[in-house]
Design a protein around this ligand. Structure first.
Ligand code: MN
Length: 719
């Protein structure tokens, strides 16, 4: 267990101008905040963050990172607040600790297999500052080192597997090779200690067997390089047990065949020397075809640089050789971390690099070199800043484009889930469907069988899948509604002209209107693209309509015609002067059963209004024009009158269809329908309906009011 003084000494070893005061304060703070907490091993909790800090000091990290490491669990596990940290340690550290806490929170999610890659991307995307990720990796490393503290073997295995699938590859990606190897080895020990043991034994045997072979090889290489006047440091290194295991799995090799266990590294000062050394080696030993890789001229995406070659060495043994400069060597072990430490040494103030972001840093590493071979990999890194990763209730990690909403998420799960979506919970809380999802959100979609996609969704969805499904649904829905309406309009005109309506008749004129099926004609009539009478005329070209002056469209016709379908039947009104022209007001559409009043209009005769019609206010000052009238016997002829309704309904797919169905079910016959206003949420329409009388219309109103999508329905009261 490392103490405060040792940690300070460790930092002083690479940072002479360092002021230990802030480390001391952080140490005291963590100790105080974690007081009473213990680790699974029984040790006081604060020892863990101090060890994590020590790992990072071993990587020569800057003071901010080390202070962050000491404080990394205070936000999540103690009463410490962001404000408190900011006050005591500054905004930079507070932000870093906050960043680590964010990663800790999503760490508890279990992801496996295919999900691992997405989870790695999520962690990268959430670590805006590379130091956040480095602290998290060091945290994981220390937890792995002390994993035996957990008695629960399943828990140990779960954590080890996660380490292998997520955290080791992450360290690899940001180039911290040293950490990657240790994480892998620790996980390997938990997951397959037998295999690890066998490899260890085999390595011991080979080491004894080939005693001195490595030394011989090093000496031989050394003398060749010396003759060529190259100063180099050469060391032989055993491959890690886990990498040997993986190779055995991959190539299906048995332990007995395992001989290729050593790798040699030649480290020099300059790049020129590297190529020179390569030439010397290849001129003394035959190289193995297909094993030469020049990562100096084309570095790996994570910044790794080295020349790799395999040659047939002394005693016809294959030897793997890596050739690199000292700087490359340091970077290969520490990756981005090395670069960070190196940069910090150059700059006098940390403030200058405050806005340090891991991505920029990675890009910079790549840009310093010539065009990297896998530049594509690089653009991919940049790309996932454009993405968010969210969890499904089952724990699946779903990749979404930035700005995605719960609706996009629902369609990403399944188109049916999208179509039936009524609401969403984000992190267990009900959230609006247009909420922009954030990295790590857990999204739960609420569905209902009766729900349909809403046209308003199209305004905020960002994925093509969601958009196309919504559009398709609305197109079909609208078309259906228009077709119903259009068919009703055609039926009406057929009846008026004394014909029976048949589908077959319409089928005969499809070509003329460039339609494929009858429904196309209906939909066009319903949407106003075709005039119903033109369709009728196309079917019966010889038919002469009796009405001389025909209205130009269906809508005009309704308002111009005297009310009532049975317009030949006289409407008896009592109280009129015989011979006087009479018509019904278009503002209030009086119906038998309404109390009515007549207004004498010069040149037009008498206009009949309902007693509560708002238009009557206009005649308040001219009482001489008012005429007492009432409905006569037989005025309630079936479907002889037009009632007008003002209706407001929520703008949902299928709404118009619902309304027409309700009206038809109550014996009403729609003669006219006009949309007067459309907003995002609601539509206002005016509907004229053939009815018998007030009672009939009131029944329809009652039925409409009982329909959930209808916000309000009123009889037209004039204006
Ligand atoms: Mn921790």
């Amino acid at each position: 267990m490392i103490d405060q003084e040792q940690l300070v000494d460790q930092i002083k070893s690479y940072k002479t101008d360092f002021d230990p005061a802030i480390i001391e304060r952080a140490y005291d703070y963590a100790k105080k905040m974690h007081e009473g907490q213990t680790r699974a091993s029984g040790e006081p909790y604060y020892t863990h963050p101090v060890e994590v800090a020590s790992i990072l000091a071993g990587m020569k990290m800057d003071t901010g990172t080390i202070v962050t490491a000491i404080l990394h669990d205070t936000l999540e596990d103690t009463d410490a607040t962001y404000e408190d940290l900011e006050k005591q340690f500054g905004k930079e550290v507070a932000d870093l600790v906050n960043g680590v806490s964010k990663l800790t929170r999503i760490e508890s999610q279990t992801v496996e297999g295919k999900q691992a890659e997405n989870f790695r991307k999520l962690l990268l995307a959430m670590s805006e500052d590379i130091r956040v990720l480095l602290v998290k990796l060091a945290d994981r490393l220390h937890n792995m080192r002390t994993l035996q503290g957990f008695k629960d073997k399943d828990k140990q295995r779960r954590i080890a597997l996660e380490t292998l699938e997520i955290y080791a590859p992450l360290s690899e990606r940001i180039g911290v090779h040293q950490m990657k190897e240790e994480l892998e080895d620790l996980a390997f020990d938990v997951l397959n200690s037998e295999a690890r043991e066998s490899i260890t034994n085999r390595l011991d045997y080979l080491r004894k067997e080939g005693k001195g072979v490595a030394d011989t090889i090093i000496k031989e290489l050394q003398s060749h390089l010396k003759k060529a006047d190259i100063k180099a440091e050469i060391n032989g290194r055993e491959k890690t047990r886990y990498s040997i295991w993986k190779k055995m799995q991959r190539k299906n090799v048995a332990f007995e065949q395992l001989s290729d266990i050593m790798a040699f590294r030649i480290v020099m000062e300059s790049v020129e020397e590297c190529y020179h050394a390569l030439g010397v080696i290849h001129s003394h030993y035959p190289s193995v075809p297909g094993r030469f890789k020049d990562y100096i001229s084309t570095p790996k995406a994570n910044g790794y640089r080295s020349i790799h070659t395999t040659v047939m060495g002394p005693a016809q043994q294959r030897i793997e050789i890596q050739i690199r400069t000292r700087e490359m060597h340091y970077e290969a072990d520490l990756g981005v971390a090395a670069h960070w430490a190196y940069k910090e040494g150059e700059m006098p103030s940390l403030k200058d690099v405050k806005k340090y972001r891991w991505l920029r840093e990675l890009l910079e590493i790549l840009e310093q070199e010539q065009r990297p071979e896998d530049f594509w990999e690089n653009t991919k890194l940049e790309l996932f800043q454009e993405q968010v990763f969210v969890f499904s209730p089952k724990g699946d990690l779903i990749e979404m484009p930035n700005g995605a909403t719960p609706i996009d998420f629902a369609y990403a799960i399944h188109s049916d889930v999208g179509d039936r979506c009524v609401g969403a919970k984000i992190n267990s809380r009900i959230a609006p469907l247009n909420t922009k999802l954030a990295n790590g959100d857990q999204v739960d979609i609420i569905t209902a069988k009766t729900q349909n996609p809403s046209p308003t969704w199209e305004r905020f969805v960002v994925t093509g899948k969601a958009r196309s499904h919504i559009r398709k649904f609305i197109r079909n829905q609208q078309r259906g509604e228009y077709a119903t309406l259009g068919k009703a309009m055609l039926q009406k005109i057929f009846r008026q002209e004394g014909y029976d309506f048949t589908e077959k008749a319409v089928g005969g004129i499809l070509k003329k209107f460039k339609a494929e099926e009858s429904d196309d004609i209906y939909a066009k009539v319903g949407s106003g693209l075709l005039v119903a009478r033109d369709v009728f005329k196309a079917i019966f070209p010889a038919h002469k309509t009796e009405v001389a002056k025909r209205p130009s469209s269906e809508m005009d016709q309704a308002t111009m015609l005297r009310p009532g379908k049975n317009k030949d039947a006289p409407v008896p009104i009592k109280g009129l002067i015989p011979g006087m022209a009479m018509h019904f007001a278009r503002c209030c559409h009086p119906l038998p059963g309404d109390r009515i009043v007549g207004i004498v209009t010069t040149g037009k005769g008498v206009t009949i209004h309902t007693i509560d019609c708002e238009t009557l206010e206009t005649f308040a000052d001219t009482p001489e024009r008012w005429l007492d009238v009432s409905w006569g016997e037989g005025s309630d002829t079936p479907e002889a009158h037009v009632g007008r309704l003002n209706l407001t309904f929520s703008n949902e797919a299928g709404a118009l269809g619902t309304i027409t169905t309700v009206i038809a079910a109550n014996g009403g016959n729609i003669t006219n329908l006009k949309i007067t206003s459309r907003s995002v949420d609601f539509w206002d329409i005016v509907i004229d309906i053939y009815v018998n009388d007030t009672k009939h219309l009131n029944n329809i109103i009652a039925a409409l009011r009982a329909t959930p999508i209808i916000a309000s329905v009123e009889r037209s009261r004039g204006r």
